[in-house]
Design a protein around this ligand. Structure first.
Ligand code: HQG
Length: 186
């Protein structure tokens, strides 16, 4: 028998639900996350069901994780836990090691934020980190989510040389704490 997998629309709905409870609002279904953001998959399934939110199975979760366009989620090696790779607003410690970034990184934003960004630098806003991309195309897409996109070019080499720490999430997003205005241009 072939295992039935959710269609594209349902897969997206599950992905959005996972982003919500694993990054922002686990309390919505009373889900426990450990300090590194991991949730027990059986508990997630049971609580999503008891809150009438979604019917999930280990197979559909594995499918969503494997096919996710941005590889937003990881399953632990023993298969028992899941977490979001980045993008949290809740306070968790991803436990990543600092890495040497590429010389240049990009940040996509919307034109209406430029004035504020130019005075304060790139700040975390509601998230735990500032998100940067190694590719202009990705940055443009990220910026388009907010309005007319503008891509900032960040001198990651200079930031790193000046002691700023960079981390790379398991899905390849570069993250740091703050990008002061002197390190970017557009
Ligand atoms: C802007 C998505 C005013 C910032 C993406 C952005 C990413 C400022 C917005 C990930 C500012 C925050 C994160 C300042 C920064 N003044 N505006 N000082 N500093 N901003 O969504 O980077 O699809 O929290 O430029 O792919 O857009 O969810 O951050 O426009 O990787 O997996 O404030 O989320 O991934 O917006 O996106 P966000 P982001 P997912």
């Amino acid at each position: 028998m072939t295992m039935h997998q959710p269609g594209a629309k349902h897969t997206k709905r599950i992905s959005k639900f996972l982003s919500l409870v694993l990054r922002h609002r686990p309390e919505k279904i009373n889900l426990n996350l450990d300090s590194a953001g991991w949730a027990d998959i059986d508990e997630l399934i049971a609580k999503a069901k008891s809150h009438g939110t979604l019917e999930l199975t280990p197979e559909t979760i594995a499918h969503v994780v494997a096919t996710n366009d941005k590889q937003r989620f990881s399953i632990s090696q023993d298969g028992s836990r899941i977490r979001a790779n980045q993008g949290h607003s809740i306070d968790i410690e991803l436990g990543l090691e600092p890495q040497v970034p590429p010389a240049v990184l990009y940040h996509g934003t919307a034109s209406r934020f430029l004035k504020s960004i130019d005075s304060q630098g790139l700040t975390k806003r509601s998230r735990q980190h500032v998100h940067l991309s190694a590719e202009v195309g990705t940055a443009t897409t990220v910026g388009s989510r907010h309005g007319v996109p503008v891509v900032l070019t960040v001198d990651a080499h200079a930031m790193h040389a000046d002691g700023h720490e960079f981390f790379r999430s398991d899905n390849g997003v570069w993250i740091t704490d703050h990008v002061p205005p002197r390190y970017f241009s557009w």
